[in-house]
Design a protein around this ligand. Structure first.
Ligand code: ATP
Ligand code: MG
Length: 443
């Protein structure tokens, strides 16, 4: 992408309405714009990151056997009256009336809709287990939307729903999701901490929140320091029940709790091993048995000929919240530091002197070569001062920067800098730049 043609409305001034570093950086880097309180438009750069995160989530969920669907954002109130949640959900639910005076709502979550689909489509235990997910917009009329996309009112969530014949099978589904969440968050360059959680209005008896540490996090976290260095397997066979159970066991062996469940009097971790920090909830998984299938009559025939209510769980990841969360975890004073896995482009190719024919031809050639090697490059070909370009590259935070300037071109060299390691600048031969960059991006 040529920056001269790209819609990238960066801001030089620090926006005063933004309280957190990720919100400030997302506004300054031209990723989002607020439309109303807690409601955002995603501009091209932000949209690319959102898509990358969604792709990671999707890829790892599909490996577990889950299948992607898409349900409407608007839901009929009737389904929620059936489950008994319509009145309970309270003011966070945005209620809407259509022209026929039928009550609708903008879905804050989709247990009812998916249960309705499944109860109408599945009659036999032979169709189970079934795990359906979507990556779609939710609306919750939060009292205090804040921190930009981290606590929005409209936000993008991966919401998955597991349907199983019995509790044992549903617990295995839960464990697979637990492991899948560890893998997803690791693939996003994050260090997840699973906390035993309260089940809240979704209900049920088994639940974990996945937290990433950040100073501006809304949750207070108490956990054994082991969580900061625990290994996540590189690849997992999701059919291997024993291995999945073992990973969950390892990951829940040590103490980890949020504020509401932490009790200093009963916590056995010695003070010097207890990590006390702020964290951001990026995922939440629940097993809630037949809480919805019973009132909604979602049942299947069993092998012995009877009928049994489905055992269910639900599995959420805050895709849009993660954009802010990743920036909270990875930035410096100058701007964002994107992990390769979610960077909107892998390479910032900067032509320091656009208009100079030697610089232009070197930059254009390398841009074409990189692009045809399948690498995502943002070529700064604008007629701007060198200082402006470099400062903006720091702000945007693309992982690898290649800088072409008149002196280098004359000497046949190009400057290479990793955004995560800015002090390590070096010159390499211009003729090696393509090979170097391709290798670096793959690594
Ligand atoms: P929180 O405790 O932060 O309000 P929640 O427990 O209400 O979240 P869940 O119902 O567990 O949220 O939703 C699943 C995931 O969706 C959360 O882990 C979070 O990542 C994301 N999420 C929830 N609410 C918001 C929001 N207002 N803005 C952005 N993402 C959100
Ligand atoms: Mg939650």
């Amino acid at each position: 992408m040529r920056q001269s043609l790209y819609f990238l409305p960066t801001l030089k001034e620090v926006p005063t309405e933004a309280q957190t570093v990720s919100h400030r950086l997302m506004l300054r880097a031209g990723m989002v714009r607020q439309v109303a309180a807690g409601i955002y438009s995603w501009l091209p750069l932000g949209q690319r990151v959102l898509d990358k995160i969604a792709d990671h989530v999707r890829a790892e969920q599909v490996k577990t056997g889950a299948m992607e669907i898409i349900m409407p954002t608007l839901q009929p109130a009737e389904l929620w009256q059936e489950s008994g949640r319509y009145d309970d959900y309270g003011k966070e639910m945005l209620r809407i009336t259509d022209r026929h005076d039928r009550p609708l709502l903008y879905g804050p979550t989709a247990e009812e809709v998916v249960t309705d689909i499944v109860r109408n489509s599945i009659k036999s235990y032979r169709s189970l287990p079934l795990n359906l997910f979507q990556i779609h917009w939710k609306f919750r009329d939060e009292v205090r939307p804040r921190f930009g996309v981290m606590r929005g009112r409209e936000f993008l969530m991966k919401d998955g729903y597991g349907f199983d014949l019995d509790e044992a099978s549903a617990r295995f589904t839960y464990q697979k999701m637990f492991v899948s969440y560890l893998r997803i968050l690791r693939n996003l360059g994050l260090n997840p901490i699973p906390l035993r959680a309260d089940t809240g209005p979704i209900g049920g008896d088994l639940s974990h929140e996945f937290i990433i540490l950040a100073e501006t996090g809304e949750s207070q976290v108490y956990c054994h320091q082991n969580y900061t260095s625990r290994a996540i397997p590189d690849a997992v066979d999701y059919d291997d029940q024993d291995h999945i159970a073992q990973i969950v066991k390892d990951w829940t062996a040590d103490y980890a709790a949020a504020d509401d469940l932490h009790n200093p009097a009963t916590c056995k971790v010695p003070d010097h091993e207890l990590l006390t920090a702020r964290g951001i909830e990026v995922g939440h998984i629940f097993y809630f048995g037949t809480k919805y299938s019973t009132p909604m009559k979602a049942a299947v025939s069993t092998e012995s000929g009877g009928l049994t209510n489905l055992h269910m769980g639900s599995y959420g990841i805050g895709v849009s919240r993660l954009v802010g969360g990743i920036i909270e975890a990875s930035h410096d004073d100058l701007g964002i530091i994107w992990p390769k896995s979610v960077a909107p482009f892998q390479i910032a190719l900067i032509n320091l002197k656009a208009g100079d024919s030697a610089c232009d031809s070197a930059a254009n050639l390398l841009y074409k070569q990189l692009t045809s090697s399948g690498i995502e490059v943002l070529l700064d070909d604008r007629d701007e001062r060198a200082g402006v370009k470099l400062a903006e590259a720091d702000l945007l935070g693309l992982p690898l920067r290649l800088v072409i300037g008149p002196k280098g071109v004359a000497a046949g060299t190009i400057e290479v800098v990793e955004r995560a390691n800015p002090s390590n600048k070096r010159e390499i031969a211009l003729s090696d730049a393509l090979g170097f960059a391709v290798e670096w991006v793959k690594r």
